[in-house]
Design a protein. Structure first.
Lengths: 112, 114
């Protein structure tokens, strides 16, 4: 039961350009979404969140968009930097409040 | 900046042995979690813990697993009799509140069962 899906396992972007990472979910009860960044041999690091009452949240170079009708969210990074190279996970919760469901991750490579 | 810590970073054990993974959550957080990630797969929820009891657990968290907060700072995950398929990265996380509060993750413990 893959309630959260990230269909692109990898993405390569030139430095300075926009990175767009996508995430789809199936459970309409989800109402809180997070993006985590993960470097090899480290735990996931919180990046940005959005709740269902909003359709956009911005924090510096990172913007998350939520389309509830499509059950889709995306993370935009602009401009992309080589240090952004990592695996990005989206996670969702809401039906229970405790448990976050993670996507399988997208490996972003920013090429200098 | 406060952070979640985990020990050991890597644990190697023989199948059938008991292991205890340790975590020190962020000090003013009240909710604690364990997740695992089998190599190449997604991060999976195991259990959440609040007020000295389990509040939610997944199907993975069977009778071989237990959690404990033995003192005011540590949060442990015990696997009673390890199996080969328990080999994974185990992440501890904590949050100040529940119902959507951000969970902060530790660096993980890599468990290898031989």
């Amino acid at each position: 039961d893959q309630q959260v899906k990230q269909n692109s396992p990898s993405l390569s972007v030139q430095e300075g350009r926009i990175s767009i990472l996508n995430c789809d979910y199936t459970n309409s009860m989800f109402d809180y979404f997070l993006w985590y960044k993960k470097y090899p041999a480290e735990g996931p690091t919180f990046l940005i969140s959005i709740s269902s009452i909003k359709d956009k949240n911005e924090d510096g170079r990172f913007t998350v968009f939520l389309n509830k009708s499509a059950k889709h969210l995306s993370l935009h990074i602009v401009p992309s930097q080589p240090g952004d190279s990592a695996v990005y996970f989206c996670a969702a919760s809401g039906d229970t409040g405790n448990q976050f469901y993670f996507g399988t991750g997208t490996s972003l490579t920013v090429i200098p | 900046e406060p952070e979640v810590t985990q020990t050991p970073s890597h644990q190697v054990t023989q199948m059938g042995q008991e292991v205890i993974l340790r975590c020190v959550p962020i000090s003013n957080h009240l909710y604690f979690y364990w997740y695992r990630q089998i190599l190449g797969q997604k991060v999976e929820f195991l259990v959440s813990f609040y007020n000295n009891e389990i509040s939610e657990k997944s199907e993975i968290f069977d009778d071989q697993f237990s959690v404990e907060r033995p003192d005011g700072s540590n949060f442990t995950l015990k696997i009673r009799s390890t199996k080969l398929e328990d080999s994974a990265m185990y992440f501890c996380a904590s949050s100040r509140d529940t119902f959507g509060d951000t969970q902060y993750f530790g660096p993980g413990t890599r468990l290898t069962v031989l």
